[in-house]
Design a protein around this ligand. Structure first.
Ligand code: GLA
Length: 389
């Protein structure tokens, strides 16, 4: 049975009504441009065919009742539209709750309660943006159901706000933007300083995007993420005393080398160096793709990983092992960690007829070194969050 029929059947069982409003919101993978979004730099992600599905029906009262088939043991989460608060027990449901609250706080009318059923096929804690996916899914549902006529970029911004204020993760805008604005067959080059964006056709010339999941159980990610952000902000503050800029993403490599000595903490010099060089790498990589120079694109991906490993220090043994094993395989054009880091996934570009060998070799060696297996997904790109039927 396909996902839509399965959802419809479950919707009837759980909420005792039939429903036809079906929505989908993708996950995302970032090809290059990591930890640059909140530094006013460029990112280059694409939306994936794996994502989150949702079925929704209006109610006659102001209650919201939601269930996720991925967390069935948590049962139906229920709350009132007039009292939306983040509670630990509500776990996954805090993401859609945060979006509904943000809509209301932004003066968009949510006039009735809702029954919502969710199901996602993005592996949890994989760093492929299951959170942004359910956030944008909730946003497009509200927009459609209540004829709010909000444009996608405004919804992207509201979902980021929900994550920042309601969830408490100080993330940049990349994930929500990729999930909302993705286009099939393309990566999107987004300047996070100005929100200007262009789509680039993924000219893969007999290669595929292969994602490998470390399957590391992630701890403390959010606090380390917020720490990296503060270190970049501290570096920027010192640079601002000698140069008139608003974000690290405004600097060229040469300009950074000229001003870097004014950053007092040597760790912050490394963090800022990553932000500046990674941003320039992202621009070079998107150009390489346009010129059909996949070899250069791959080389820049590899350099990105090294910078995230040595300067930004967000990799760890699991990600480094996956990437160095990938680098040894035939047919691998480039490989790097993707997302926030500290665990999660790598992204590699692998020649079609070398994929089987790649998966087999990396799986075997990673398991020997780390002690448990990685997972692999050969992914395709998709459009952004939308109504299916
Ligand atoms: C997470 C955040 C994004 C971005 C990446 C790192 O995915 O949600 O905003 O900062 O990490 O590039």
């Amino acid at each position: 049975m396909n996902n839509i029929n399965m959802l419809k059947e479950n919707f009837y069982k759980i909420f005792n009504k039939t429903e036809e409003n079906v929505f989908f919101s993708p996950g995302r993978v970032n090809l290059i441009g990591e930890h640059t979004d909140y530094n006013g730099g460029n990112v280059f992600p694409c939306a994936l065919t794996i994502g989150t599905y949702g079925l929704v029906a209006k109610r006659n009262d102001t209650k919201v009742r939601m269930l996720s088939l991925n967390f069935e043991d948590l049962g139906i989460i229920e709350f009132d539209l007039d009292n939306i608060v983040n509670t630990k027990e509500d776990a996954w449901a805090n993401y859609p709750k945060g979006v509904i609250k943000t809509f209301k706080d932004s003066s968009y009318e949510v006039p009735t309660g809702l029954d919502i059923l969710f199901y996602g096929n993005i592996p949890t804690s994989s760093g492929l943006s299951s959170s942004a996916s359910i956030e944008l899914l909730t946003a497009v549902m509200l927009n459609d159901l209540f004829n709010l006529n909000i444009d996608m970029i405004e919804m992207v911004k509201m979902c980021q706000r929900a994550e920042n204020s309601f969830i408490g993760v100080n993330c940049g805008i990349m994930d929500q933007f990729a999930v909302g604005m993705g286009t099939e067959g393309c990566a999107v080059l987004l300047d996070c300083n100005t929100l200007q964006y262009t789509y680039s056709k993924l000219n893969m010339d007999g290669h595929k995007i292969v994602i490998a999941n470390t399957n590391k159980k992630r701890g403390l990610t959010d606090s380390k993420y917020n720490e990296r952000r503060s270190q970049c902000e501290a570096a920027l503050k010192e640079i601002k005393q000698v140069k008139n800029i608003n974000a690290l993403g405004e600097l060229t490599e040469e300009q950074f080398e000229e001003v870097k000595d004014c950053i007092t903490n040597p760790i912050n010099v490394k963090r800022a160096r990553h932000a500046v060089y990674e941003n320039i790498r992202t621009l070079k990589a998107s150009k390489a793709l346009k010129n059909n120079d996949l070899a250069l694109f791959g080389k820049l991906m590899n350099e990105s990983h090294i910078s995230l490993r040595d300067d930004y220090e967000v990799t760890g043994i699991e990600l480094d092992t996956l990437v160095s094993l990938a680098w040894e395989c035939n047919g691998v054009v480039g490989s790097r960690m993707t997302g926030a880091g500290f665990g999660g996934c790598t992204v590699s570009i692998v020649k079609d007829d070398c994929i089987d060998e790649f998966v087999e070799k990396v799986r075997k060696k990673y398991t020997e070194i780390i002690g448990y297996e990685p997972s692999f997904y050969i992914v395709s790109t998709s459009d952004g969050a939308r109504k299916l039927i």
